[in-house]
Design a protein around this ligand. Sequence first.
Ligand code: ADP
Ligand code: MG
Length: 691
Amino acid sequence: MSVQLTDPVQSLPGIGPARAKRLEKLGIADAGDLLLWYPRNYEDRRACASVREAPEHQPVCVRAMVATSPKSSYIRKGLELVKVNVVDDEDAMELTFFNQSYVRTALSVGQVYIFFGTVERKGRRFSMTNPVFEAEDRQRFTQCIMPVYPLTAGISNNLLAGAVRRVLEDCAEQLEDPLPPEVQRQYQLAHTGYAVRTVHFPPSWEELEVARRRLIFEELFYLSMGLAMLKGSGQKQAGPPCSYYDPSEYYLTLPFTLTNAQQRTVRECFADLSSGSAMNRLIQGDVGSGKTVVGAACAWLMAKNGYQSALMAPTELLAEQHYHTLAPLLAKSGQRVGLLTGSMRAKEKREIYAALEAGEYNLIVGTHALLSEGVTFQKLGLVITDEQHRFGVGQRAALAAKGGAALRPHVLVMSATPIPRTLALIVYGDLEVSVIDERPPGRQEIQTVLVGEGKRQQMYGFVRKQVREGHQVYIVCPAVEESEEPAPGFMDLKAVTAYAETLRTQVFPDLRVGLVHGKLKAKEKESAMTAFSKGELDILVATTVIEVGVDVPNATLMVIENAERFGLSQLHQLRGRVGRGESQSYCVLLSANRSGDTLQRLKALCSTNDGFKIAEEDLKLRGPGDFFGSRQHGLPPLKVADLATDTRVLYEARDAAEALLSSDPGLSLPEHRRLRERIEQLFEEHKDTFN
Ligand code: ADP
Ligand code: MG
């Protein structure tokens, strides 16, 4: 029976119900899924040599005949040795296998096998330990470039390689190619059948490159197509018409003078807003660069023009904080600001809905609650999202769709994560970008140090010193959400609570220690945060809920426990919670982990305060999948493409996607049906990771 792509894996030889279950954990249910399970690496097993000529320290394939029947012995309980002698034309060699009893029956005297391993020599005596072997006439895993697959318990590499090989034999020709032929021709891409076969079993490195390029292109092409389709045609659409007002009138209401970079960004935004086209702009600015007042300037201009604005923040805490800064600020211009969060009581919410619909608020600040069904605006003209990468692409669109009016509102995105260019291209696509590359005056560089567990007492001493000088301290612990599996180094919320308790009762019994984490009731969270920002707490123990936006200028020390658990960009965000006032601020990274990688990452953080440098480093070290932290951004994951290195292919794929979409915007031509289905399926599968 020949295998079909849609056959369940159980129909393949060697895969029973137990193994099928394990494969399913990897997301492999049918034969087609197996083909998409790409190797993570390869082992070159092509070199062959005789026993005598085999190179030192380098594994090769040796053709030899089994000369003695395998002898097994136990050197201690649980450690079995099987020894076999083999010969080639000139020499004899002794093979040793550890704990592989099946070898006793798998090797027969007089038979010729290919053994892949490193030949060791002592004088004229040759030996090999734990070689891979197979009968000369049934070669599958020797004398080839062997794929090395990502594995799970109970599934061996040979099992996967064997199953993939079987499926390829029967199905490689069945694979339909969703890429339009003209795209394949123009960008000189290999056919899908060839690419898939070759990526699993490459005859040579050169061919592997050709195959990989095709797969990388395909992946980035789908991504570009999908994003472009989500965003619409990319042509400039008309936006809510606005008149220009001189921003200096707004500046007069501020307690400080804006930096040049802030003023430039305000001018760029105002030009967009009054241009007649819909604004689509990203403000990138490192933590503390002062994005909020710039966003508020836009809301101010919209209100002058009779429009409402909405500012969506990723957490309640942040929404509340924005509300507390912006309400008094805009009140000076006679504008009203409202707050809407998920944890408000139904009655409060209803009142806010009504006020919004009646146009009583000029700006509404809120969380995802802004997307609720009940929310309608009288005249929504501008949508601002803060820390946008936390939101899926779809959500931005959902909020914008609440405009009510015929015209799509202007969109402004503020991000503190300095996104490397390649990623910005993917995630933000056609957004215009303003960069606030200047800090408000008087800020000092944060000093960052990395210390091991041995310095814990000294760290406590330093905390005490900061508090004695009248400052406040954050202590951040990595914590898991309840639904996630605890990983080493992460604390569950119980552990965080216990740690806070120890600090309160034993380490700092004389200081005021508070705790916030994501699972507290909104009221409790707020009261702890408010207490901290009013200076009623000396130390705030927190999980990453404080990561974004929280602003307490008197806090001068950020201690991060198990720092190796966080991504660099995330650490940089956390560190940005201090250094917001005039006093010298510090960040102490605690890490017991001394592995080379970890050290390199954490040292990068100690050596620079430049968020862009850190983001580039993060992308290099961890890849884009992790870039956004544990939260997904609603895009399908990349399996072969690497945004840090495949920039050239990314540009090509973008060009190809744009060209195709301009000739067939909705992919409605029959020859593009497969392609459309593929893209819809990819984006559909990951829709629920939008957050
Ligand atoms: P972020 O860009 O990280 O969102 P914020 O908008 O929260 O930064 O601003 C950080 C702090 O700096 C706030 O307390 C804000 O009031 C203050 N700030 C912003 N701009 C200036 C400025 N030009 N001069 C002095 N302080 C400023
Ligand atoms: Mg902010």
